[in-house]
Design a protein. Structure first.
Length: 271
């Protein structure tokens, strides 16, 4: 019993010793997004009245091993491995912010930052970095379902060569949303395809496809007015041609009947 009390008192004395390191509760990882070839800032949230003695930056790439990237102490940045892939690409912006330049896809991972204050308190923070490729330029293909002078049913397909982290959306002056689909439009295929039942003079004829990821966005616009008008005119032209052909055929039949009647009368007179 006495031994247990002695151990407990010794533990309390260690915890209460002024120079002992303390590890406050860790915050959730900070989510960072970077673009290929760009740069990103690992910025610590440190109150201005707290004096920082040392900072250690350790990076663990996705599926890789931890690597000490940099150390900051006595106002200077030290790179333990200046020849590795991080060495030439990291620099201090201030005593609590590290900048990483010329990002590669292999830079996705977790940055573990340990900060030691003048009070000997140590705080650990984590940054989860995801590096994205620039969004490729999209294209819009169209498919006419039917078209008349009053209504055009057409599907617009927005396509790009990017990967699965891309988000597709559409605008027609205002955003078109799947949850707010109206009678004249419908979105399918993860919002890549826009099905329109468009009426001339009832809405803007220009539709814009936006493709984005957390760090980049591209867009392309398509005007359905011309294709719908052309299709409607083609339909009208076909109908007009058919009507003309029927009229000509009917005229020929009437002319044939009249000619036969004339011939019959001439034959009758001769007899």
């Amino acid at each position: 019993m006495e031994t247990h009390s002695t151990q407990l008192m010794l533990l309390l004395a260690i915890l209460q010793f002024p120079g002992a390191a303390q590890f406050p509760a860790q915050d959730p990882p900070n989510q960072l997004h970077g673009i290929l070839g760009g740069s990103v800032l690992f910025r610590l949230n440190v109150p201005p009245w707290k004096r920082v003695d040392e900072v250690e930056w350790k990076f663990t790439p996705t599926g890789g091993q931890p690597l000490l990237v940099a150390e900051f102490a006595k106002g200077k940045l030290r790179k333990p491995h200046p020849s590795n892939r991080f060495g030439p690409r990291v620099e201090m912006v201030d005593e609590t912010t590290l900048k990483m330049k010329n990002l590669t896809m292999a830079d996705s991972g977790v940055m573990d930052v340990r900060v030691k204050f003048a009070s000997s308190v140590i705080v650990e923070s984590f940054f989860n970095l995801i590096v994205h490729e620039p969004v490729p330029s999209p294209q819009i293909n169209h498919q006419i379902i039917s078209s008349t002078a009053n209504r055009c049913n057409v599907t617009l397909h927005c396509r790009t060569s990017g990967k699965s982290d891309l988000h597709f959306s559409w605008e027609n002056r205002n955003p078109l949303r799947t949850s707010e689909a109206l009678e004249w439009y419908r979105l399918t295929n993860d919002d890549k395809d826009l099905h329109l039942s468009w009426q001339p003079n009832t809405s803007n004829s220009t539709f814009t496809c936006l493709v984005s990821n957390p760090v980049d966005q591209k867009n392309i616009s398509f005007d359905v007015f011309n294709i719908c008008q052309d299709e409607a005119q083609d339909g009208c032209s076909c109908f007009s041609w058919l009507r003309t052909a029927m009229a000509v055929g009917l005229g020929l039949q009437v002319a044939t009947v009249i000619l036969l009647n004339v011939l019959e009368r001439k034959v009758g007179d001769q007899c």
